[in-house]
Design a protein around this ligand. Structure first.
Ligand SMILES: Cc1cc2nc3c(=O)[nH]c(=O)nc-3n(C[C@H](O)[C@H](O)[C@H](O)COP(=O)(O)O)c2cc1C
Length: 360
């Protein structure tokens, strides 16, 4: 199986099998669109809460904004009540969702005083009730429902295979498994045996996720799991061209050249333009800092630039600084210098990530 081939999810055809993971606070529409332009076949939105009272907040309405996004539009919903989740599915379909993804993967905060996200894996009857209700709500619209989960609740309770079988029976069209338990958060290494076991247990497409950071790792995870597709989260932060790199490597067995420094500058500037368009100047400049920081983090002079850039508070000065940084870099580096990505280091930021992982 080639990751360049299409993949059918219910009635929807995905152009390839390299996906961007949903990341709250990261995979907004501009970032999803950039990843799609640079080789990702599919991108799931940041999670949208099932709490109706929050649908009109600025945060949720931005998350539900799909203007200009390349199809298929996939929206992830999070919550703990089957009827509310069904309503959330219908609401997002009205707003353009062509696939609905249920979040049982995030070590999320409480939603309505109950633990949502991967905590649902601890309550299998409730998890199944939610799946059934959401599938029933989507069926009349011909919209497939997918499920993203972890390997289980804890090392002692790895129930991904049981949930996968039940979810398939209930009509789920694709399953994504992040190779960690809920208890692990983002610590330790993702394991792929449980993902392989899920793949062996169901007939619907299975997507492998967790710690895929290089083309070699992508090939290894596909080999170990037999998965139909792979999903990449943190490694795409600041490196949205990783999807094209992986596609090239899987097709040819060779690494393609690093992107031209000037090309990276233009991708980032275009991304900033879209980002400011969605968030406006005040929020846009501030929330763009993390994307710029990821883009420069491992480049020569990147840390100093990041510190300086965090002091700038207008779109114009931010754009100029980014442009100047990449122009200066390109004097000695025609192509982007190799940047080692250390996800283990990212464990330290787990709390911050969990804080970002809220549904409203
Ligand atoms: C900042 C951040 C936010 C995340 N938000 C979500 C989310 O909203 N929904 C979800 O299912 N998973 C969420 N995740 C988990 C990712 O989708 C993915 O499963 C995880 O990062 C492992 O993949 P990776 O090793 O490629 O990053 C989040 C992860 C990060 C780092």
């Amino acid at each position: 199986m080639s990751t360049a081939s299409t993949l059918r999810v219910g009635s929807v055809e995905l152009p390839n099998r390299l996906f961007v993971a949903p990341m709250a606070g990261v995979t907004d529409r501009p970032f999803r669109q950039l990843c799609k332009q640079l080789g990702a076949g599919y991108a799931v939105s940041e999670m949208v809460t099932s709490r109706k009272d929050l649908w009109h907040t600025l945060k949720t309405s931005r998350r539900a904004d799909h203007t200009g996004e390349t199809a298929p539009i996939s929206v992830q919903i999070a919550g703990t009540d089957a009827a509310m989740m069904a309503e959330a599915a219908a609401y997002n379909i009205e707003r353009g969702a062509q696939v609905i993804d249920i979040n049982m993967g995030c070590p999320a905060k409480k939603v309505c005083n109950k633990w949502a996200g991967s905590a649902l894996m601890q309550d299998e009857p409730l998890a199944l009730q939610i799946v059934e209700a959401v599938v029933a709500a989507c069926l009349p619209h011909g919209v497939p429902v997918t499920l993203k989960m972890r390997t289980g609740w804890s090392q002692q309770h790895k129930n991904a295979v049981r949930i996968a079988r039940a979810a398939e029976q209930a009509g789920i069209a694709m399953l994504t498994v992040h190779g960690r338990t809920r208890e692990q958060g983002y610590k330790g290494q993702a394991e792929y045996d449980t993902i392989a076991a899920v793949k062996a247990a169901v007939r619907v497409p299975v997507v492998a996720n967790g710690d895929i950071t290089t083309p070699e790792k992508a090939r290894e995870v596909l080999r170990l799991t037999g998965a139909d597709a792979i999903m990449i989260g943190r490694a795409a932060q600041g490196r949205p061209w990783i999807f094209g790199d992986i596609a090239h490597f899987l097709a040819t067995g060779e690494h393609r050249a690093a992107p031209l420094t000037q090309q990276v500058k233009h991708w980032l500037l275009d991304h900033l333009g879209e980002h400011y368009g969605l968030y406006g100047e005040f929020a846009g400049v501030r929330t763009a800092r993390k994307h710029i920081g990821w883009a420069v983090r491992a480049l020569p002079g990147g840390e100093a630039f990041r510190a300086h850039m965090n002091t700038l508070d207008s779109c114009a000065t931010q754009v100029q600084a980014v442009s100047d940084f990449f122009d200066a870099l390109s004097v000695d580096h025609d192509r982007l210098p190799a940047a080692a990505l250390d996800l283990a280091h990212e464990d330290d930021a787990q709390d911050a990530r969990e804080a970002a992982c809220t549904a409203n």
